[in-house]
Design a protein around this ligand. Structure first.
Ligand code: HEC
Ligand code: HEC
Ligand code: HEC
Ligand code: HEC
Ligand code: HEC
Ligand code: HEC
Ligand code: HEC
Ligand code: HEC
Ligand code: HEC
Ligand code: HEC
Length: 334
């Protein structure tokens, strides 16, 4: 399964790289581009993606930024105010002399002459994967390599679902909402509201962490659920909680397997973000131990006032619940 996912991802990366090259070459002015295009076609056996091919009329010509901004002044300003407008960075759209707008919107001479909307790329009107392809022609490496096949891509989100090139609302990363949490909350209300639970949560609502401390909204090539570090939930958690990484002499099986068996990563109404209260948490698995489950029913609290029910319950004694390095720590008591 995993190696399948991996090879799929690698394949996707290679595809995007190829597409990027083809798209870039296709966008070159006809004269300079033609020769390069042929050479590229000879080297690259893959046909260009229908996405970019369709969006560009056959013999499209460029109008130039000055022409575009003559009619669309405010977009000219908003572009220069963003990182995309920093021509000094050779990888930005603005680095191409007089072709910033058309790097994204496609050659627009026809549109500039007619004002006809159908003769230019209007992002909200494009199919999601075609719109993303334009951005991916530059943003296809590093953090973005996992986009193809990610949960968000599969469900037809596109880059501009979350980002705005011309009218961002956030101070950073050009998001369509003032903060990242607000952005995610438009679709993931449940997870966001858990971070607001009173008893236990990681410092997300305090702003010391964010959803993207753990998730990469652009997908992950190595982990489940868009997790950005490691290749399992436990590896993600122990990237910060290093004291739980191990190895230990006596492992507690569920800890190795998945921290989320006992903790809700987003927050909970129980101490320490536990998914259920103690001692029920332990009793979900340990029902027939030397401490029969019946010892810990409600009578123990109300009638017998068992000392085993107070404070931290089972972990009063089994305090090294994440594993023990003590020679006689097999019961996680030291
Ligand atoms: C002569 C003026 C003029 C020039 C030059 C011009 N446009 Fe336009 N553009 C318009 C008009 C008018 C509309 C609105 C058409 C409509 O609403 O039907 C428009 C619409 C658009 C839209 C869609 C906006 C929307 O609301 O959906 C985009 C994108 C766009 N232009 C980009 C460009 C780019 C890029 C250039 C340069 C290549 C450019 N325009 C040059 C007049 C111009
Ligand atoms: C990095 C890619 C990119 C560049 C460069 C770019 N645009 Fe856009 N443009 C977009 C996207 C994406 C949208 C959809 C709305 C948004 O994201 O803000 C858009 C929307 C528009 C619109 C529709 C109005 C709106 O805000 O929805 C116009 C008009 C426009 N762009 C003109 C221009 C002009 C003129 C330039 C050059 C000065 C330019 N764009 C450069 C990506 C780009
Ligand atoms: C021609 C290449 C190119 C294209 C096409 C392009 N970008 Fe970028 N983008 C860049 C570069 C270069 C930066 C500067 C940051 C960097 O070096 O990574 C950047 C930065 C960004 C940032 C970070 C902004 C910040 O303030 O941190 C976002 C978000 C972004 N781009 C989104 C998009 C989206 C959405 C599209 C498609 C509509 C797009 N880009 C198309 C080259 C491109
Ligand atoms: C579900 C929302 C969402 C979608 C969809 C999305 N992004 Fe982002 N993007 C974010 C958030 C949140 C951040 C800031 C946190 C981070 O860096 O991971 C970000 C950061 C970025 C950055 C700057 C940091 C970096 O990694 O270089 C770029 C560039 C970017 N996105 C481009 C894109 C492109 C291109 C697409 C489409 C293929 C896209 N994004 C789709 C939410 C999204
Ligand atoms: C426009 C709606 C939308 C926004 C905004 C959005 N998501 Fe999602 N997200 C989805 C959809 C749809 C899915 C797929 C659910 C499914 O397939 O079960 C998803 C899936 C996920 C998953 C699970 C991925 C998996 O492989 O199962 C995570 C994690 C996630 N989103 C995190 C985020 C984060 C973090 C943000 C904010 C940066 C965000 N999302 C913003 C719609 C959104
Ligand atoms: C401390 C790390 C961490 C933080 C911070 C975090 N998540 Fe998660 N998230 C996880 C883990 C781990 C999972 C997988 C849980 C599992 O498999 O039971 C997950 C799962 C998800 C899922 C998929 C749920 C499902 O059932 O498939 C969504 C959606 C999600 N998170 C959204 C968010 C949003 C939105 C935020 C910000 C408010 C956020 N997460 C913050 C670690 C985190
Ligand atoms: C990006 C770093 C980071 C990651 C990844 C991370 N945590 Fe945390 N965690 C923190 C921080 C910071 C705190 C708050 C510590 C403090 O207040 O002393 C915390 C606190 C906790 C707490 C104590 C909460 C309380 O109320 O006492 C638990 C339990 C926890 N994390 C479990 C997890 C689990 C399970 C995962 C994996 C799903 C995880 N953490 C991933 C940074 C992280
Ligand atoms: C078998 C259930 C279980 C599993 C699995 C589990 N924990 Fe815990 N965890 C607990 C309990 C119970 C506590 C409360 C301990 C206490 O009150 O002393 C706790 C407390 C914590 C704390 C709070 C600090 C502390 O030492 O008390 C952190 C952080 C934490 N766990 C992280 C993790 C990480 C990371 C993983 C995965 C590697 C994990 N836990 C797996 C049951 C579990
Ligand atoms: C998801 C199931 C699960 C949960 C929840 C769980 N455990 Fe375990 N626990 C196990 C497994 C499996 C073993 C290994 C049993 C074995 O090796 O025979 C184990 C081993 C132990 C052992 C060592 C006993 C032995 O026979 O090796 C102790 C003590 C223990 N758990 C206490 C706890 C406590 C206390 C809690 C609650 C904080 C807890 N467990 C929660 C599954 C769980
Ligand atoms: C007052 C201290 C104390 C409390 C509280 C306690 N235990 Fe124990 N537990 C022990 C001792 C001592 C042993 C070792 C017994 C032995 O040496 O055979 C043990 C052994 C175990 C074992 C492994 C042996 C077996 O019978 O399989 C499990 C599992 C276990 N406890 C689970 C729990 C759970 C679950 C709770 C909470 C419901 C709990 N314990 C509460 C002291 C305690």
């Amino acid at each position: 399964m995993r190696s399948n996912r991996r090879s799929h991802a690698v394949f996707a990366v290679i595809c995007t790289l190829l597409c990027a090259t083809v798209a870039y070459l296709a966008a070159e002015p006809a004269a300079a581009g033609a020769a390069a295009n042929q050479a590229a076609a000879a080297r690259i056996a893959t046909p260009p993606p229908p996405a970019t091919a369709q969006a560009q009329p056959a013999a499209a010509e460029f109008a130039g930024d000055d022409t575009c901004t003559a009619c669309h002044e405010s977009e000219g300003h908003s572009l220069s105010a963003s990182l995309h407008g920093k021509a000094a960075n050779g990888r930005t759209p603005s680095a191409k002399p007089n072709q910033a707008c058309e790097t994204c919107h496609g050659p627009g001479k026809e549109h500039a002459e007619s004002g006809d909307k159908t003769k230019i790329r209007v992002f909200p009107a494009m199919a999601p994967h075609e719109a993303s392809a334009v951005c991916l022609s530059c943003h296809n490496r590093g953090n973005h390599a996992g986009w193809e096949g990610s949960g968000h891509e599969r469900r037809d989100l596109t880059c501009s679902t979350c980002h705005s090139v011309h009218s961002p609302k956030s101070a950073e990363r050009q998001l369509v909402q003032p903060t990242e949490t607000k952005l995610c909350a438009t679709c993931h209300r449940l997870q966001v509201s858990k971070t607001e639970r009173a008893v236990a949560h990681m410092p997300v609502r305090e702003g010391k962490m964010s959803c993207s401390s753990c998730h990469n909204p652009h997908g992950s090539i190595s982990n489940v659920k868009n997790l950005k570090t490691g290749s399992s939930v436990a590896e993600l958690c122990t990237s910060c909680h290093t004291e739980m990484r191990g190895p230990v002499l006596f492992e507690h099986a569920p800890v190795r397997e998945n921290c989320a068996t006992c903790h809700d990563p987003h927050g909970s109404s129980n101490d320490r973000m536990l998914v259920v209260r103690m001692p029920m948490l332990c009793q979900r698995c340990h029902i027939a131990s030397k401490h029969p489950a019946t010892l810990y029913d409600k009578d123990q609290i109300t009638t017998n006032k068992s000392n085993r029910m107070f404070g931290r319950s089972c972990v009063n004694c089994h305090s090294n619940i994440h594993g023990s390095n003590h020679p006689s720590g097999q019961f996680f008591m030291r």
